[in-house]
Design a protein around this ligand. Structure first.
Ligand code: UD1
Ligand code: MG
Length: 439
């Protein structure tokens, strides 16, 4: 049996009040629409996303078919735009705003012997006011789906809600979709009306009710999005603790969907881990650190208050201390930058010490340049390294230097004004200014 998936993602998402389309909003760093596409792809059927014309070029859509809905005239109109692309026996339609749907749910729908199926869910009491369409049954048989905003108080009490996922025989979808009329209140064409019309023609409509809620949690508002984030973060925290990662205050640590962490890693409170981060065994991430796009190898120490980004790599036993930002750089084994530094576009060898307040000046206002620092280098505190520059193995940079030229192996480079001392100079000045008396 062949199946096409149609994901509806051309609505305005107006309840989000955001300039970013809601399908591109992220949960644990992954765009909502990608969760749904990936769940469909696991079953490797033809996947079609209905989107707006101005979004069709998004790289998020590079591995699926696209159909364009010109104006958001409702879910039925959205499906209509995909009809020319449907050529399987069945079509599974999903809303594009439910990131927790898993391939298992879709698989059970596809494998059901019923031909035309609405997947419903039992709404938990605490979400009974959620504005999902209600699936009304009469004598255990499907009667209609009524949208929450059009429902009577009695219908609103119905605990069986429409998940927004359906399986329909493709020939019936093509036949009945044009029969849907505009909803008089919203002036939209509701896909949900198709089932009542089919039923009136004597076609069997099945309702499969799931006792779960979260897999079908739809994101319509910023509150829905925040709730989704909370759920995913709790799952990720549990996953990492189960793998032997120590979280002192789990509720304050944020992960990304693709974070990878080995066992025996300690993460202190208030740490944010963005996309593409890998942390090796035995490493410690101290409080208030912000890390994205980085590989941290074994026994590395980060923070507190460190910011790491831009595909940086920290080799084993290296360390980055408080108020240090590292971007696009490599730290060799046992290399340290413990305090108040900016290291950008730099490659640093092994056993090198970067003193407090060191800045790599990688940007001249137009272009970015690279800094190369070798093994066993000692960069004295408050040094300014003007890129492009190479500081070779074993070199020593005097504190407070501004280094503009390459430094050879084992050389000492120092560039600061020589200190002079005037005997009783301070006293003379204070007398002149009248701070102390002349005598
Ligand atoms: C929809 C269902 C509701 C169900 C809920 C589940 C309808 C009429 N209502 O309500 O019964 O309980 O999902 O989450 O289907 N879209 C388009 N083009 C449009 C309008 C919408 O592509 O013209 C897309 C949206 O982008 C979204 C999906 O269809 O991904 C559903 O639209 P949305 O506005 O979120 O409907 P809900 O009110 O959530
Ligand atoms: Mg919705």
């Amino acid at each position: 049996m062949s199946v096409d998936f149609v994901i509806l993602a051309a609505g305005n998402g107006s309840r989000m009040h955001s300039s970013l389309p809601k399908f591109f909003q992220t949960v644990a760093g992954k765009p909502i629409i990608r969760y749904i596409i990936d769940a469909c792809h696991e079953l490797s059927h033809n996947v079609i996303v209905v989107t707006k014309d101005n979004l069709k070029g998004s790289k998020l859509f590079s591995d699926i078919s696209i159909s364009i809905q010109k104006d958001p005239l409702g879910t039925a109109d959205a499906v209509k735009s995909s009809l020319p692309l449907l050529n399987s026996d069945y079509t599974v339609i999903l809303c594009g705003d439910m990131p927790f749907i898993e391939s298992e749910h879709l698989k059970s729908l596809i494998e059901s012997k019923d031909e035309n199926v609405i997947l419903s869910m039992k709404i938990p009491d605490k979400f009974s006011q959620m504005p999902y369409g209600r699936v009304i049954l009469k004598n255990s048989k499907f009667e209609k789906i009524i949208e929450y905003k059009d429902a009577s108080n009695e219908d609103k009490k119905c605990p069986s809600a429409n998940t927004g996922i359906y399986k329909i025989k493709t020939d019936l979808l093509k036949k009945y979709l044009p029969k849907i009329k505009k909803n008089a209140n919203s002036m939209e064409f509701y896909l949900t009306d198709i089932f009542e019309i089919m039923k009136k023609d004597g076609i069997e409509i099945s309702v499969i009710e799931s006792s779960e809620y979260w897999p079908f949690h739809g994101i319509n508002t910023m509150q829905d999005l925040a709730l989704a984030e909370q759920i995913v973060q709790n799952q990720l925290r549990k996953k990492f603790m189960d793998l032997g990662v120590m979280l002192i205050a789990p509720e304050t640590v944020y992960f990304s969907h693709d974070t990878k962490i080995a066992s025996d890693v300690l993460i202190e409170p208030n740490v944010f881990i963005g996309n593409n981060v890998k942390i090796g065994k035995g490493s410690k991430i101290h409080a208030f650190s912000h890390i994205e796009n980085c590989e941290i190898m074994n026994n590395v120490e980060i923070g507190p208050f460190a910011r790491l980004r831009g595909n940086s790599v920290f080799m084993s036993d290296s360390s980055v201390g408080n108020f240090v930002e590292v971007k696009g750089s490599v730290f060799g084994e046992k290399t340290k930058a413990k305090h108040l530094s900016y290291i950008g576009d730099s490659t640093i060898g092994n056993h090198t010490n970067i003193g407090a307040g060191t800045i790599t000046c990688n940007y001249d206002g137009v272009k970015k340049y690279k800094t190369q620092i070798g093994d066993d280098v000692f960069v004295g505190s408050n040094s300014t390294l003007i890129a492009p520059i190479t500081i070779s193995d074993g070199a020593l940079i005097g504190a407070g230097s501004v280094i503009t030229k390459n430094v050879e192996n084992d050389a000492l480079a120092i560039s600061r004004a020589r200190q002079i001392e005037v005997t009783n100079g301070a006293k003379k000045i204070w007398k002149k200014k009248g701070k102390i008396k002349n005598n």
